[in-house]
Design a protein around this ligand. Sequence first.
Ligand code: FAD
Length: 482
Amino acid sequence: MLYKAKDKITKSYDTIIIGSGLAGMTAANRLAKLGRKVLLLEAHNKLGGFATWFYRANKKHVFDISLHGFPVGMKKTCRKYWNKEIADHIIQLKDVRFINPQYQIQSEFTREDFTKKLTENFKVSLEQVNAFYNYIEHMNFYDDQQMTNRELFEKFFPGRDDIVRFLMEPIVYANGSTLDDPAISYGIVFSNFMKKGVYTFKGGTDHLIKMMQDELLKNDVDIKKHAKINKIVIEQGRVTGVMLKDDFIPSKTVLSNANLKSTIFQMIGENEFSSEYIEKAKNVRLNSSSCQVYIGIKPGEKIDHIGDLIFTSSYPKFDTKALLAKNITSRTFSVYYPEGRPYDKTPKYAIVSSTNANWEDWANLSDEDYESEKETMIQETIKALENFIPDIRDKIDFIDAATPRTIKKYTHHQNGASFGTKFEGLEVSMNMHQELPGMFHAGSVGIIMSGWLGAANYGVIQANEVESYLYKNDQQHMQVLV
Ligand SMILES: Cc1cc2nc3c(=O)[nH]c(=O)nc-3n(C[C@H](O)[C@H](O)[C@H](O)COP(=O)(O)OP(=O)(O)OC[C@H]3O[C@@H](n4cnc5c(N)ncnc54)[C@H](O)[C@@H]3O)c2cc1C
C-alpha cells in the first residue's frame, strides 16, 4: 500500500528499506517477490533518488536529472528484477560525439566502433587495441586492485594523452573517476558500456519511476514518502527497526540506500561497530559532485539533430582537475528529442549540460555570490551551445542551473556527491551486516556499484544477502519452536 504522509505505520516488517534510489527500489522489489514483508521509506516526495526529474511551467518543460546514458546490462536487470515492459522501454542512443582540441569524433560507443577509431584515427595497431580490450574485459572485482588507471593506460598506450582522453573522459564524466583510481573501477564500467553502447529509457524518468512504483505496489511493498529516517534502532547488537519521527517501526532487517557515511555515523552511531570497521569507514572518500544547466526549448520550436550525447572540451589536453574546476572548460550536452518522450501530449525538446564539480567550490559562497556564479555558468553554457545551435538564444523558453548544493539539498548525499563514495566504500558497505546483524547497505559506492546499472545490480546483490540472513533467522526460530 501507499501510505499517506499523515498515516501512522503500525505493522512490523521483514525488511525496512531506507531510501528509494534504484538500489533501494530494486532491493525492495526483489525481496517482495521472494515473499518478504517490505516497507520502503523515502525522505523525498517521490521515489527514484537520483533517477529523478522535475517539471517547470505547468509541465510545459520536463527535465531528467540523471538519464544521460547507461550500459545495455540495464535491460537484462530490468527484465529479470522488474518486468518485461520496463525492459522493453530501454533503447540505444546511437550518436555520441566528442569535440575537443585534440579530435572530433562521432561514435556508437561500442567496442567495434571504438576499435575502428583507435586504429584509423589514432593509428594504433589492431593487436594493441585488442590486447587492451581483452585485458579490461577480464578484470573482475577479485583481481589485483593495485593498478591505477594511469598505469593501465601507460601499459597499453604509453605517452598517448589523446587516447587516454578518448577512453577516459566519458567515464570521468559518468562517475568522477580519476587517473589515480583503481583501474578495475574504470575497466568494469567501460567494458559494460563497450558491450553494446549507451542506452536510455524511452518515456523519460518520470515514466520509469511510475512503472516501478506500480510494480512495487503490485508486489505488496508498503511505501511511504516524506519519511526521513534519522535513527536506526539497535538493541543488544542487533537491528530491531527504525524511528520515523517519534514512532518505532519494528523490522527484522534494515537496508539503507542512504549515503554510506550518513548511515554509519548519523543513523546508527559508531559505538555499534568495531573500531577497525569505523577506522575504515572514516577513511572512505566521497566522490565528486556535479553542476547542470537545464534548458527547455520553446513549444513549437525545433532543433536539428546535433547528437544525443556530446562531450565537449576547450581544454588543450586531458586533465581530471580541469574537468572538475569551477572555471568550466568541459561540458557534456545531453539532447532530449521528442521521440524519446512519446507519451507527452506536446512534443518537448530539452538540453542538459553537465559538468563535474568540487563541493568546496560551491559550498561556502554567500547567497549573493552563489546566485551570481550560477548566472555566469548559465551564460557561459549558452555561449558554448551556440557553437552547435547558433540561434539557441531565440529558442530558449526556460533555463536554470543546479550545483553541488542542489544535489545535497534534494538527496541528502554528503558534499553533494553524485556517485556516492570512492572504491574503498564498497568493502565497508558490503561488510556492514557482518559487523551489525540485520543491518545492510546498498547504494552508490565504489563506482562499479554506482550509476543506474551499478546501483540496481547492487540492490539485487544486497537483497540476496538480506534474504539469506532472514532465511537463517527463520530456520533458527523454527528450531527453537521445535
Ligand atoms: C547529475 C547526475 C547525472 C547522472 N547521470 C547518470 C547517467 O547518465 N547514467 C548513470 O548510469 N548514472 C548517472 N548518475 C548516477 C546515478 O543516477 C546514481 O548512481 C544512481 O541513481 C544512484 O542510486 P542509489 O540507489 O545509490 O540511490 P540514490 O539515487 O542516491 O537515492 C538514495 C535515496 O535515499 C533517500 N534517502 C537518503 N537519506 C534518507 C533518509 N535518512 N531517510 C529516507 N530516505 C533517505 C534519498 O532521498 C534518495 O531518494 C548521475 C547522477 C547525477 C547526480
